[in-house]
Ligand binder design. Sequence first.
Ligand code: GLV
Ligand code: MN
Ligand code: MN
Length: 413
Amino acid sequence: MGDAADAWKLPAWRSLLPAGRSDRTGGYRRFSFTLADDQCRDWFRLEAVHRGLRVETDRNGNLWAWWDPESSPEETSVVVTGSHLDSVPDGGAFDGPLGVVSAFAAMDLLVKARIEPVRPVAVVAFAEEEGGRFGMACLGSRLLTGAVTPDDARALTDADGVTLAEAMAAAGLDPEAIGPDPELVSRIDAFVELHVEQGSALAGMGAAVGVAESIWPHGRWRIDFSGRADHAGTTKLADRHDPMLPYAATVLAARTVATELGSLATFGRVAAEPGAANAISSVVHAWLDARAPDEGTLTELVSQVTAVAELSGSSHGVTVSSRCESLTPAVDFDFDLRDRVVAALAEQGIEAPVLPTGAGHDAGVLAAAVPAAMLFVRNRTGISHSPAEHAEPADCEAGVIALAAVLEELACR
Ligand code: GLV
Ligand code: MN
Ligand code: MN
């Protein structure tokens, strides 16, 4: 393989690396309920079974590996750690998998030190965290906590029009059974997600590990520009209904408005139909990813961008419609849990700065229902959602040690 991710020699890490990796780009295409996803799920089950953990797939397609305590069988509260295994198109090796691999590795450290949990500890791999196939970010954790209705989830479609219900059925899961599990959620004492940092704040601070403070509110909106297909060589400019023009104006406006509002706006996905080089498009589908420091600013950002889309559409005879595909409110991680995590790390001599992030996570969804916390592992360049995403092996090891310390504090005392 010979890429930078290969540098971390931990067997559990190395055995996952080939799944869903594109030889052409070196990026990962681990989309839910596909062959690559199957390979990741097989890997998870193998790692769990190898450690004697009880493994199950829940009704929502999330994977769980349970370490049950030998003592305190009456203990019903549980501690959960983990992340996700799916990726964005051409994602890096670390976003998601680092949290799952580190969770297994942290358990190994505890076992080696003969530290036993007094309450069950689970490693979880949430399904469709990136929304890379069905558009809604953190789908598995949203379903678990009831943040999306089963009907809305079942109706989500991928780029080929396959519904989530159809994809789950094809993967051997029962789409009629999806939905919240309040009983399990009520038993979760703490959820701790370890994740590669998706910026370079830790690198600037000289710290290998950090603790999350908050997540910016964010979401994604699909905007459809509908015009009229026509011949590129014979249609006078004045006679065109070209949806590409209001789309382009909207992209430029998003940049201007985001700058003015101290926010972020990105068009990373666009699809033109029919996609002929010598034809005016009939429709342009575009996806706006918008993030802001507070919810009011996010609303303002999206409304200004969509207003430009509509205004520009009307001046080109193009119809514009938009709808929100997923929305995550602002998250402030549980203060008490965060303090406990920072103190547990300090006890081990780990000075972990507390920092906010603009990236979305399952921990952010869980935070609305249970005490949740996050550990970040340094990413020296800050690059993420790219094949160039990287964390040094020594920093990954530091993350495992930190997570083991946190699990010891939360589940073994
Ligand atoms: C997930 O990584 C997101 O922030 O979109
Ligand atoms: Mn991601
Ligand atoms: Mn992630």
